[in-house]
Design a protein around this ligand. Structure first.
Ligand code: SF4
Length: 312
């Protein structure tokens, strides 16, 4: 009977390392399924672009709710911003592991490089992730295979150690050479597209968490935009351009006050309450903050109050 092709899931961020890992495994003759996770803090758009370039079809899994929980209470601490990289990566691996077992994949692969990131890609973190995910020996890191212990797929002969790489450390030279070999021309910078590593957003989210420990995904999303102010228990967001005006309007929830200038030039302002406040208080507060960024305000100014969206 003809042996079925071995298949693996490759965690795909859209960065060069995950693209290379998928390519290396494809060259090895495996069926490769790139898997990307979506949350309130990152999207799969870069991964979609990357997969188009390397000729693979991306699978997208939304794990926003589970991800939000670890943002609030990471077991393994945070990086330089509010990014809980070890817990986040662990959640991705655990979720991929469940899919692997349920759907009969042989192993999981990642674009990790030993020693590339001080917090999440040192040997202790890689071992911890294997142990806590219950996937010991089933995570292949194609770029660093030769500097890591043999995995189960190697021992079973599914992949051959000699065909993989011995990259470690923070340099990018070997990856860039490999990109040329595989004719990968476009790839994002290693900084990545995760807003949790952005110092400005980290500060906004930390403040939200301090004031509203039970914040929702919508709260986390809306503070990506505009100028942010807090006045007692009111969050005030003043849009900086037309795009942000549209974002605030689109993300408004029932109970929010959204003010749009009607007969003068100025920003859209959203006011959200986290405790009891009257609509009048919210309008007064939003008007005061919005006026600071408005151009000439006429005596007969009119602010349009957008209707609250209907409950879901
Ligand atoms: S950078 Fe962001 S997406 Fe990547 S592991 Fe850290 S928290 Fe998760």
């Amino acid at each position: 009977m003809k042996k079925l092709k071995s298949k693996c899931l490759v965690l795909m961020s859209g960065g060069l390392d995950s693209m290379l890992s998928a390519k290396i495994l494809k060259e090895e003759g495996l069926e490769v399924i790139p898997l990307c996770f979506e949350s309130f803090f990152f999207s799969c758009i870069p991964a979609e672009k990357a997969c188009k370039q390397i000729g693979l079809k991306l699978r997208v899994e939304d794990f926003s709710k589970e991800h939000l929980k670890i943002i609030k209470s990471p077991k393994h601490g945070r990086g330089s911003g509010i990014n809980p990289c070890i817990d986040c990566h662990l959640l991705m691996i655990k979720t991929a592991g469940k899919i692997m077992k349920k759907e009969g994949y042989d192993f999981i692969a990642t674009g990790e490089v030993l020693g590339q990131r001080p917090m999440s890609q040192n040997i202790n973190s890689l071992n911890l992730i294997e142990k806590e995910s219950g996937l010991k020996g089933l995570i292949v890191r194609p770029l660093s295979v030769k500097v890591l212990p043999a995995t189960i797929p190697e021992k079973l002969g599914i992949i051959k150690r000699d065909n993989f790489y011995d990259i470690s450390g923070r340099g990018r030279g070997k990856q860039i050479e490999l990109a040329k070999k595989f004719k990968i021309k476009e790839y994002p910078s290693p900084a990545g597209g995760c807003i949790l590593t952005d110092p400005n957003y980290s500060q906004r989210l930390s403040e939200l968490f301090k004031r509203v420990p039970k914040f929702t995904g919508n709260d986390a999303e809306i503070i990506k935009f505009g100028r942010i102010f807090w006045n007692k228990d009111l969050l005030i967001i003043v849009a900086r351009d037309a795009e942000e005006c549209a974002k605030l309007t689109g993300l408004r929830k029932r109970g929010d006050v959204v003010l749009e200038p009607y007969n003068f030039s100025g920003p859209t302002v959203l006011v959200r309450k986290y405790k009891k406040s009257s609509q009048k208080e919210m309008i007064d507060c939003g008007t005061a903050y919005g006026f600071q960024y408005a151009k000439k305000i006429p005596d007969d100014f009119i602010l349009k109050l957008l209707p609250s969206p209907k409950p879901l």
